[in-house]
Design a protein around this ligand. Structure first.
Ligand SMILES: [Mg+2]
Length: 235
């Protein structure tokens, strides 16, 4: 795991997690979106995601879920994962806003809900998701594009967050720009290692429609999902 002093750089940061294929793969609710689940492939959590969510919480980061799914699905998935209480708010498909005619996540609204405006948005907010379209923020924060979905260790996400915070002396966007500049090109590469064997990785720093994006460039071996932990409140 990441050292405590690196985690300290994430205190007070607003971390926006996409749900499906980012925190895990959750079997959808029934067709009426409220009823029992149909039989289907088993679901699971992204490897090490519970450990990372708990580490961020304990470091003083503020975590929210920004999903396009229904409130019932989101609440159910997070409760089954046993992490509902770690999230300050759950933004769902009920709160999408139209952008150029397409429903999109309202990250401007999320930022303002937590008192972030102007440069503070890029400095203190970060977005994590698996979809380059629906999850892409437009109002300043760095986007961590988890295009590998839920089969890549969440420790990679934590490494990205702590590395950006450290490079920017606590300012995530400044960290992104410093790392980009250090590599000398508008599209920079950044690499590291995770604890698991054969886990050397290369990240790409680039811009999509002007949005600063960090994405995994190298192929990491897909990891199996972890089982859902427990339902909160159950014994
Ligand atoms: Mg997703």
């Amino acid at each position: 795991m990441v050292a405590k002093d690196a985690l300290a750089g994430l205190a007070g940061k607003l971390v926006c997690w996409d749900l499906d294929r980012t925190l895990g793969i959750f079997r959808p609710l029934g067709r009426d979106r409220q009823g029992p689940r149909p039989p289907g492939p088993e679901v699971g959590l992204r490897p090490h995601v519970l450990e990372v969510i708990e580490a961020l919480d304990e470091a003083g980061a503020i975590q929210v879920v920004t999903t396009a799914s229904t409130p019932a699905h989101a609440e159910d998935a997070l409760a089954r994962a046993g992490v509902r209480q770690r999230f300050r708010r759950i933004y769902t498909g009920d709160e999408l806003i139209p952008t150029y005619g397409l429903p999109t996540k309202d990250y401007v609204g999320v930022a303002s809900d937590f008192g972030l405006f102007g440069p503070a948005v890029g400095a203190r907010m970060i977005v994590i998701g698996d979809t380059l379209t629906l999850d892409l923020p437009v109002n300043g924060p760095v986007f961590v594009w988890e295009r590998g979905g839920a089969n890549v260790s969440a420790r990679l996400t934590l490494w990205i967050l702590t590395t950006l915070a450290a490079a920017g002396a606590g300012d995530l966007l400044a960290g992104y720009e410093a790392l980009n500049r250090a590599q000398g090109t508008p599209t920079a590469l950044l690499g590291g290692e995770l604890e698991a064997p054969a886990s050397t990785f290369i990240l790409k720093l680039w811009r999509q429609s002007g949005v600063p994006v960090v994405s995994l460039l190298s192929e990491l071996e897909p990891l199996p999902l972890e089982p859902l932990r427990r339902r909160e409140g159950s014994t």
